[in-house]
Design a binder for this molecule. Structure first.
Ligand code: FMN
Length: 205
């Protein structure tokens, strides 16, 4: 049964463009026979930042892991288990200060982990995450992030997520980005309609 893990990162629980578009993908996905969905909402249930014991646990060999170190990595273990149980990821996110919300970055710091989602032989890295696809839905308040425009060099959301998801071994990352969400809402209608069409197509793929 194809299983989608949906991760939401906008701090807005209502009026969020990225969440609303994520709903479109999720509805099309779950309408397909046998397609399952689970969710992790990083605004409703924030993941704490990693701390010193977590990092010590990450880098301790299994035989050296004390109960304290095991406890310190238990959340990371659980978050990684969710990822490894999924065939596809849907990440919906806002742009905050040109990057991803810190809630999403905190999740990434638990999930991108040596020997769990990334193999490392002392020289080379190889992604070992199970999902074969990721769909990123991102909302940016300003416009001008396309090539040659004023903020072209300032998009640290979609290129970053593409890189990180590729690093853990997810071969296909599709991004649907809506820009200028803070501008005149009427001007967004066409872009939102096109994004909905694209997301329904992606959910069929
Ligand atoms: C704290 C904060 C920082 C933001 N920083 C940026 C930014 O750097 N660039 C930008 O284009 N929009 C920025 N925005 C606008 C959001 O990206 C925009 O409102 C977007 O639609 C949020 O996603 P959502 O609609 O899914 O909540 C910021 C909004 C907030 C609340």
């Amino acid at each position: 049964m194809p299983h989608l893990l949906r991760i939401d990162a906008s701090a807005r629980l209502s009026g969020s463009v990225s969440r609303d578009l994520g709903d479109v993908f999720a509805a099309a996905w779950t309408a397909r026979p046998g397609h399952a969905l689970s969710r992790r909402d990083l605004a409703r249930a924030p993941v704490p930042h990693i701390d010193q014991p977590t990092i010590a646990g990450f880098f301790s060999p299994a035989e050296a892991r004390t109960p304290e170190l095991r406890a310190a990595t238990a959340l990371s273990d659980a978050l990684i288990a969710e990822v490894q149980a999924a065939d596809a990821l849907l990440i919906t996110t806002a742009m905050y200060n040109f990057g991803v919300p810190s809630a999403l970055k905190a999740w990434i710091d638990h999930v991108v982990r040596i020997h769990r989602t990334v193999a490392f032989d002392g020289r080379d890295f190889a992604g070992i995450a199970h999902p074969r696809r990721a769909i990123v839905v991102a909302a940016y308040g300003a416009g001008g992030y396309e090539a040659g425009a004023r903020f072209a060099a300032a998009d640290f959301v979609t290129p970053y997520l593409r890189h990180v998801l590729g690093f853990i071994g997810i071969p296909s990352v599709e991004a649907v980005v809506i820009q200028a969400t803070n501008a005149d809402p009427a001007g967004l209608d066409g872009a939102l309609a096109a994004a909905r069409v694209r997301l329904r197509e992606l959910a069929m793929g």
